[in-house]
Ligand binder design. Structure first.
Ligand code: HEM
Length: 349
């Protein structure tokens, strides 16, 4: 049973999947050293709209530009369509706006990287800052798109009353994972510019004062990542036990499993000296961890589940769907008439 709009839901899922594909391809652009494939021209590629005799670096970079344009159009389509489909206070509307904002940020950061020539073998401090900024903006974009896709399947509103501790813990976890991702992006840049020959020499270089600062910074990421993983696992436990909800527990399990897998993948990545395919796998799972974290806190901070309709065995009306699927008088009446107690039903005595 779809509670919002099946085609909008499909568009939202497509938009999320395409964006994740673009992010992975962007990492491949960096790992393959193809960032200068279109020179320092933007939005044209080497001064041409369609390059006539492109090199492989040009094709790699151009594919990234074309697919990122497609993903920007999808987000724009979501924004326009959501405005037409849903009332202004519908729970899908605000994450769609954030997604559009962060997509705009992606376009600006991407253009800035090309125009400032922070590509290929550039080793400047500015490049490291922009790479970290790019990663943070990408996470925020994916988180917003995840919320849109998820709320398209059963819209809810945040209900923060009495949830101060959960909000505080959420802020800490989000800050930690963004910092972990940003240091990971700097580590990846270090690996690309100064590829290690062996694990032993890489570790010696990491701790040598003579090494380039990008190499020295590489070690920050694994330490921060392990600390973040412990905090996420502990916070999951606390929030889950306070929420006492099957949905929060389910989201928490996804978070726990993905964090453990990502830490394991991180160590394997390091031991294997970060081959490109492994970098892409590590990046993909980092997006999954992030989406799982967003979903976990969103579930814990949202109002009572709309699945009450399902539990009550009634179809929501169009008006109730448009309203955001919150439990209405009709739902409460149906609950009163029913024999069995319904889990999660707000008390109205
Ligand atoms: C929650 C845990 C973790 C998260 C969210 C995370 C996230 C990330 C991200 C976003 C990148 C940048 C990828 C790119 O731009 O291509 C990265 C890179 C990297 N990470 Fe992690 N990471 C985690 C744990 C670990 C651990 C525990 C290790 C090692 C012990 C590790 C080792 C690396 C290495 C070597 C790189 C650079 C090479 C690459 O791009 O894959 N990570 N990480």
């Amino acid at each position: 049973m779809s509670r919002v709009h099946p085609r909008f839901r499909s568009l939202s899922t497509l938009s999320l999947v395409v964006t994740l594909g673009v992010i992975l391809w962007g990492a491949y652009v960096r790992a393959s050293g193809s960032g200068a494939g279109c020179g320092s021209h933007w939005p044209t590629c080497n001064g041409e709209v369609i390059p006539r005799s492109p090199s492989s670096a040009t094709l790699v970079e151009l594919t990234h530009r074309v697919t990122s344009g497609l993903s920007a159009l999808l987000v724009l389509g979501q924004l326009v369509w959501a405005r037409r489909l849903f009332p202004v206070d519908h729970p899908v509307r605000s994450p769609v706006r954030w997604a559009a904002l962060f997509m705009f940020g992606e376009v600006l950061i991407g253009a800035g990287i090309v125009i400032l020539k922070y590509v290929a073998m550039d080793q400047s401090f500015g490049r490291a800052v922009w790479v970290a900024l790019h990663l943070v903006n990408t996470f925020l974009l994916v988180g917003s798109l995840g919320l849109v896709a998820w709320r398209s399947a059963g819209a809810r509103r945040f209900d923060l009353e009495g949830k101060g501790l959960t909000v505080g813990l959420g802020v800490v976890c989000v800050a930690l994972i963004l910092a972990t991702g940003a240091t990971g992006a700097i580590a990846a840049l270090g690996d690309t510019l100064f590829p290690a020959k062996s694990l032993g020499s890489a570790l010696r270089e990491d701790f040598s004062p003579a090494s380039h600062w990008l190499v020295q910074l590489r070690v920050v990421h694994p330490f921060l990542a392990v600390m973040t993983a412990f905090v996420l696992l502990a916070v999951r436990q606390v929030v889950d036990s306070r929420a006492d909800s099957r949905e929060v527990s389910y989201a928490g399990t996804q978070l726990r499993v993905s964090v453990v897998c990502q830490v394991a993948l991180g160590f394997v990545n390091m031991l294997m000296l970060a081959p490109t395919w492994m970098q892409l796998a590590h990046l993909l799972v980092s997006q999954y961890v992030w989406l799982a974290l967003v979903r976990f806190f969103a579930t814990a901070l949202e109002a009572a589940p709309t699945d009450l309709y399902e539990a009550l065995g009634i179809e929501p009306t169009e008006a109730e769907i448009a309203e955001g699927g919150s439990l209405t008088v009709r739902g409460l009446e149906a609950a009163d008439a029913g024999d069995a107690p319904v889990e999660g039903l707000p008390s109205h005595e």
